[in-house]
Design a protein around this ligand. Structure first.
Ligand code: TYM
Length: 348
């Protein structure tokens, strides 16, 4: 084997994560992912962030909108604090190592593993699963390739991606076992903070999502101050005042969600927030949350729209990121070809 056997601990810490440009970015993406991506970058860890356009096309995307949303997501990353000089920021389709490795992983992963993915089940529930794209079914294998093409060790995500990361671990372990190597790290999901699962503003039992038909259910990173404020003031809640401890939020999904959002935006814990607002009515808490959300999000929104005025510059930034990403992933995927017995004699 071309790669010496390593113990998992010998893999240097490297962070990888991705966001689908399949719609606008939401507060869920910001608190569950983006904000934490920036924190990891600022801790000085090597960080690679990807706009996963190949994942987005597992469901229909209008080509012009996809281009627009990819640029908008890139602008969102930069506006939120990702520095393209310190982090690698790029779109997936510009680095072909991802899809090459995904095919190999399609041959490692088992049908049964994919069938058990709850996101696959949710996305096809009540619909004709036969009509879903093959790409949607194989999606977690591409996600594993995204991560392992860089031998990334840590993956910051929201709660909803946990099962996909477990599958990534299974793929790495099976590959290492099948080929008797210790080539891929077994990744650590990094799911931390007060807002790993931001819920819909209309229904505290549903995840806030860019694909929810109701725009009132989410805050978009492109919403202006007035819209953010209105959406929070109109958010569904119960009639009770806030409790003085987090246990009191049990069975109050909407109240818990607003407290968690406040905590994540303020950089506090939910416990601190309920202590500060113990006994407060939503008539007091919601305006405070609206003001905080506007204060934190408005600078990002305005920076995003400034950046969006120069799409060529965004394309240049993600193109440069893609070249840097390729320089890391190419040799890793070339080693994989060698490990699995592919002849690579073409002269370039
Ligand atoms: P995606 O595009 O749905 O979401 C991007 C990130 O945002 C998080 N997120 C949330 N966090 C908290 N509350 C919410 N309501 C919420 N909604 C979204 C997600 O957990 C995610 O971290 N499969 C991934 C994209 C992906 C990826 C990867 C991620 C592709 N390859 C490799 C990590 C590593 C997805 O669809 O995320």
């Amino acid at each position: 084997m071309s790669d010496a056997v390593q113990t998992p601990q010998t893999f240097p810490t490297r962070i990888f994560s991705g966001i689908q440009p399949s719609g606008g970015l939401t507060l869920g993406n910001y608190l569950g992912a983006l904000k934490r991506f920036v924190e990891k970058q600022d801790e000085g860890i090597e960080t690679i962030y990807c706009l996963v356009d190949m994942h987005a096309i597992t469901v229909w995307q209008d080509p012009e909108k996809l281009r627009q949303q990819t640029r908008e997501a890139a602008a969102g990353f930069i506006a939120a604090g990702i520095d393209p000089a310190r982090s690698i920021l790029f779109n997936q389709s510009q680095v072909t190592a991802h899809v090459e490795l995904a095919w190999i992983f399609n041959c490692i992963a088992r049908m049964g593993w994919m069938s058990r993915m709850t996101q696959w089940k949710d996305k096809t529930a009540g619909k004709d699963a036969e009509a879903a794209s093959l790409g949607l079914f194989a999606y977690p294998s591409l996600m594993a390739a995204d991560i392992l093409a860089y031998k990334a060790t840590h993956v910051p995500v929201g709660e909803d991606q946990k099962q996909h990361l477990e599958l990534c671990r299974d793929i790495a372990i099976k590959f290492n076992n099948d080929y008797k190597v210790n080539f891929f790290p077994v990744v650590e999901p990094v799911i931390e903070g007060a807002a790993t699962r931001v819920m819909s503003l209309r229904d505290g039992t549903k995840k806030m999502s860019k694909s929810d038909p109701s725009d009132q259910s989410r805050i978009n990173l492109t919403d202006d101050a007035d819209t953010i404020s209105k959406k929070i003031r109109k958010a569904k809640t119960d009639m009770d005042p806030l409790p003085d401890n987090v246990a009191g939020l049990k069975d109050r999904p909407e109240a818990r969600n607003l407290v968690n959002i406040y905590a994540a935006l303020a950089g506090h814990t939910a416990a601190q927030v309920v202590q500060d607002y113990a006994g407060a009515q939503f008539g007091t808490f919601k305006p405070a949350l609206a003001d905080l959300a506007v204060a934190k999000l408005s600078p990002i929104t305005s920076e995003m729209s400034r950046l969006m005025k120069d799409p060529a510059e965004i394309d240049r930034i993600i193109g440069e990121g893609a070249a840097r990403a390729d320089a890391i992933a190419r040799p890793i995927v070339d080693q994989v070809y060698d490990i699995i017995g592919m002849i690579r004699s073409r002269q370039v």
